[in-house]
Design a protein. Structure first.
Length: 366
């Protein structure tokens, strides 16, 4: 029996993957580049992410019932199609250990200083292996339906509770200090993390009516961009651009400043919930896509077989970065922004869409 995804599950998967990681990992680069105009960078990033979503949904719906692994070869031919598949496999195989290490470093620094990093990595891998093996993308869709609203509520609480700490002068002057170069530079990192709607290239094959999934996918992107924008504005208002660009996790630091009625505080647990839930969904979805996609590429009938090969590989690769800089900054600046964003999220989907539409039009004309 083939696994199925509903439109609302696609919404919560993309929303959860986009929001949590973007809030924690990409706001610092935006603040460093654009300063108090970082909120404009998020608007630009949102436009780029929406473009990615439109390309992904239109391309994913070209051949209903077929995944990226299958229709890329139908559109571009066997050899070129396989090269495209390898490019996406590189993305899937590299992002999993990097996110694992980012998650581990944050948990180790913020919560469990005395716990070996290997133990934290192993526990998360066991969790995503169980979730992936038990029900594949269908079970992950159901998990996202439960965890996605929790993420949304937690972010909303953090933003509303921070209103007391707002200093309206922190957002001024607009544009004067950064200019177009700083704003565009600050948009790249969040755009690359908000571009997870690109996974719709794989999701579409699990939907009974893929075309009905388009508004859900694009709605998820717009919703995630809205909350990231609100969070960025609130960070500028509450922390200011003298301190925030020097912080690893400014959203986390913003919640530490929250105090209501003089006795309700310790809101810093909120971003931890957001982070763990978002990371779990992101890792599990990527782990499934990598396992399922590799099995299709290698013509292995039982895709779950790949789980037992990938899990130990991901564990070893997650241990390679020596520190948080290697795991976060280097990967973001050397691969995710300069390669994954323009090639995997924009260039290749656009190529597949143009050639696929041309071939379908040519076939209909004949």
């Amino acid at each position: 029996m083939k696994m199925k995804l509903t439109g609302i599950q696609v919404f919560w998967i993309i929303f959860s993957m986009d929001l949590g990681m973007t809030l924690v990992m990409t706001l610092t680069p935006s603040l460093q580049a654009a300063k108090q105009d970082a909120w404009i960078s998020i608007v630009v990033a949102g436009c780029i992410a929406l473009l990615v979503g439109m390309l992904a949904t239109q391309t994913g719906n070209l051949y209903p019932g077929k995944s990226l692994i299958e229709y890329s070869q139908l559109i571009l031919g066997t050899w070129i199609g396989k090269i495209v598949i390898v490019v996406y496999l590189v993305q899937w195989y590299t992002i999993i250990p990097i996110v694992l290490r980012q998650f581990t470093d944050m948990v180790h620094i913020m919560l469990l200083q005395a716990t070996p990093k290997e133990a934290i990595i192993l526990l998360m891998i066991l969790l995503i292996v169980y979730a992936t093996y038990a029900g594949g993308i269908e079970s992950l869709g159901r998990c996202s339906e439960f965890l996605g609203p929790i993420i949304l509520v937690m972010v909303s609480i953090a933003l509303i509770a921070s209103i007391n700490n707002v200093d309206w002068k922190n957002i001024l002057p607009v544009y004067a200090d950064s200019g177009i170069t700083g704003i565009l530079g600050g948009a790249l990192a969040p755009a690359s993390y908000l571009g997870h709607s690109i996974e719709y290239l794989m999701f579409a094959s699990f939907m009974s009516k893929p075309r009905k999934g388009v508004p859900y996918a694009l709605g998820a992107v717009i919703s995630a961009v809205f909350f990231v924008l609100m969070a960025t504005i609130m960070i500028i208002f509450t922390i200011g651009v003298n301190l925030a660009p020097n912080m690893w996790y400014p959203f986390f630091e913003m919640t530490k400043k929250i105090s209501l009625f003089g006795f309700i505080d310790n809101f810093d647990a909120i971003p931890v919930v957001i982070w763990i839930a978002s990371v779990f969904i992101k890792l599990a979805v990527y782990f499934f896509i990598a396992s399922y996609g590799t099995a299709q590429f290698l013509h292995i009938r039982n895709w779950r077989t790949m789980i037992w090969f990938l899990a130990p590989i991901m564990f070893i690769f997650a241990l390679i970065p020596q520190n948080v800089t290697e795991a976060t900054t280097n990967y973001l600046q050397r691969y995710w922004v300069p390669v994954a964003l323009p090639v995997n999220m924009i260039g290749l989907p656009l190529l597949l869409l143009i050639v696929g539409k041309w071939k379908q039009g040519k076939k209909q004309a004949a």
